[in-house]
Design a protein around this ligand. Structure first.
Ligand code: ZN
Ligand code: ZN
Ligand code: ZN
Ligand code: ZN
Ligand code: ZN
Length: 254
């Protein structure tokens, strides 16, 4: 006889073992009891003890009586029954956090944010943290590099050493939108944004580029983008697509 039955053949509304909080119905008292036991806070060592009222009480007992410790990161992030969380000795907890559990290969480690010295559940959670709390360079990201910078100041120095940064006027305080991938973009930006009050000759000079720019051909895909401010890096999930729109040769004589 098949043990699989269609859901609507169950008259579960009449069943008397109900867990109201989760709106769960149990066909027998035994099933209900097993479920209740899975939700209870049992000490993993003293099996004859009655369960604790909550996880905090269980943790206190396990710490004090057995010098065993739960992993905060797992407890906060994983949806498990209380009895499924492992209690570790101190050295084993360290190994669990840094390398993972030798007897559970599905789980690796809780990776570390080197800026905050905090560990996160897994690589995805760490990545989300880095994108939210730290900074990255959008130019490098579109080139396939995934480096992060602890704060705006270190991103600023990265722009200064590896890219082109405008520090004139308002741009000085606006690192995110005043960085440019190449010198042509930077010059075009300076000429269009910071030329007010200058003579025509001075503006013309600002737009001029060394001749060898035109001599060395750019590879098709690396052709410089047009003038104007471009957001170079983002923070907090904005992200930007990382594509660099193909542009025509900037008209620097205007
Ligand atoms: Zn105990
Ligand atoms: Zn853990
Ligand atoms: Zn961090
Ligand atoms: Zn970069
Ligand atoms: Zn500027």
């Amino acid at each position: 006889m098949s043990r699989v039955r269609p859901f609507d053949t169950f008259q579960y509304q009449n069943w008397r073992s109900v867990h109201r909080q989760y709106d769960l119905y149990f066909q027998t008292r035994d099933l209900y009891r097993e479920f209740r036991e899975a939700l209870d806070y049992w000490c993993p060592v003293c099996l004859d003890l009655t369960p604790f009222r909550n996880f905090r009480k269980l943790r206190e007992h396990v710490n004090k009586t057995h010098d065993l410790h739960y992993c905060d990161i797992c407890v906060e992030n994983l949806k498990l029954f209380p009895s499924e969380f492992k209690a570790y000795t101190r050295p084993k907890l360290l190994t669990h956090r840094r390398e993972g559990d030798p007897d559970d290969l599905s789980y690796k480690e809780h990776p570390l944010c080197h800026f905050c010295d905090e560990r996160y559940l897994d690589k995805d959670t760490l990545h989300m943290h880095l994108r939210k709390q730290h900074f990255w360079c959008h130019f490098c990201e579109s080139d396939g590099k995934q480096d992060f910078y602890s704060d705006m100041r270190s991103l600023h120095s990265h722009f200064k050493t590896d890219h082109y940064l405008c520090e004139e006027g308002d741009c000085y305080n606006d690192t995110l939108t005043s960085a440019f991938r190449n010198e042509i973009d930077l010059k075009a930006h300076r000429a269009s944004t910071h030329s007010r009050g200058l003579s025509k000759a001075a503006v013309k000079k600002m737009r001029q580029l060394p001749m060898d720019f035109f001599v060395h051909a750019f590879p098709e895909d690396d052709f410089p983008t047009g003038p104007g401010k471009r957001t170079a890096s983002t923070r907090g999930g904005g992200g930007g697509g990382g594509s660099h729109p193909r542009a025509t040769r900037p008209d620097l004589r205007r």
